[in-house]
Design a binder for this molecule. Structure first.
Ligand SMILES: C[S@@+](CC[C@H](N)C(=O)[O-])C[C@H]1O[C@@H](n2cnc3c(N)ncnc32)[C@H](O)[C@@H]1O
Length: 253
């Protein structure tokens, strides 16, 4: 398959094209930083609040376009949450593997898919740092709003897994929070560019912030990589407006 990365080279996200997202306040994040109970925390959020994210991100509309142009028809939505993007991709005709560490999120995604009679989605629970899929098995991977928590090593493991399970010429579209984000530098630095106690409601969670150079290094095994800074806008459940400064990566294995 010819590697095409149409739209990736001139990808940009002018403010007018970025929709405003209603975000949610995550409270009571827990345990200690080396033993984070991701599954319980997200299960709790989804159990208490049900579906918390609705709008399809502009990044994902671009991703669908890039997947189509690269003949990627089986796609993993890694960290699918309650499935807004898994459903969107399935409706676009892709075969979707909706995966997340949270069973509750997967159950909500599954019931939405059943209501819509979508038969082209499969579901699997796993940690993104250790993915139970064969080498070279997927055409594409989408991973948005999921890499933000944790330390650099976890991201390195995740990128290695993504590289391993993508087919040659497979495409990943993934985002990362930037060192230019408003929460960078707050709280305590526990390793370079990783902070705890710096995001309200997520005090015990480490947050790693990425630079362009670090992402270039993380993705250095990929055949082709495009890294684009973007802003995500959202309003929290107190009505306060925020911007997440992030990078979107489109990488071809
Ligand atoms: C903010 S939600 C975003 C969900 C979805 N990508 C979306 O945009 O609607 C983050 C998701 O990442 C999942 N997650 C967090 N850490 C994970 C890990 N280590 N492995 C797999 N999923 C994880 C959570 O369970 C949660 O559903």
């Amino acid at each position: 398959m010819q590697a095409v990365i149409d739209k990736a080279d001139d990808i940009n996200y002018p403010a007018k094209d970025i929709i405003k997202h209603i975000f949610y306040g995550i409270s009571d994040w827990g345990e200690n930083i080396l033993n984070i109970k991701w599954e319980q925390e997200w299960n709790k959020i989804y159990k208490d609040q049900g579906e918390v994210q609705f709008d399809v991100l502009p990044t994902v509309r671009v991703a669908a376009d890039v997947f189509k142009k690269n003949d990627c028809m089986n796609i993993m939505d890694l960290g699918c949450g309650t499935g807004r993007h898994s459903i969107y991709l399935a409706q676009q005709g892709f075969k979707v593997y909706a995966t997340d560490i949270s069973l509750q999120g997967l159950e909500i995604t599954k019931s939405k898919a059943e209501k819509l009679k979508l038969s082209n989605i499969e579901f699997k629970q796993h940690d993104m740092r250790s993915i139970p899929f064969e080498n070279d098995s997927l055409d594409g991977i989408l991973c948005v709003w999921t890499t933000g928590h944790g330390m650099l090593e976890g991201s390195r493991e995740n990128v290695n897994e993504i590289f391993r399970i993508l087919k040659p010429n497979g495409v990943v579209v993934i985002d990362y929070v930037s060192i230019d984000d408003e929460n960078y530098g707050k709280g305590q630095e526990i390793e370079k560019d990783t902070f705890i106690n710096n995001v309200e409601g997520e005090e015990n969670i480490p947050h790693h912030y990425f630079s362009m150079d670090e992402l270039k290094e993380l993705y250095s095994s990929f055949l082709k990589v495009n890294i684009t800074p973007i802003d995500y806008f959202f309003v929290d459940n107190q009505g306060d407006k925020h911007t997440i400064k992030a990078f979107v990566i489109i990488g071809i294995k």
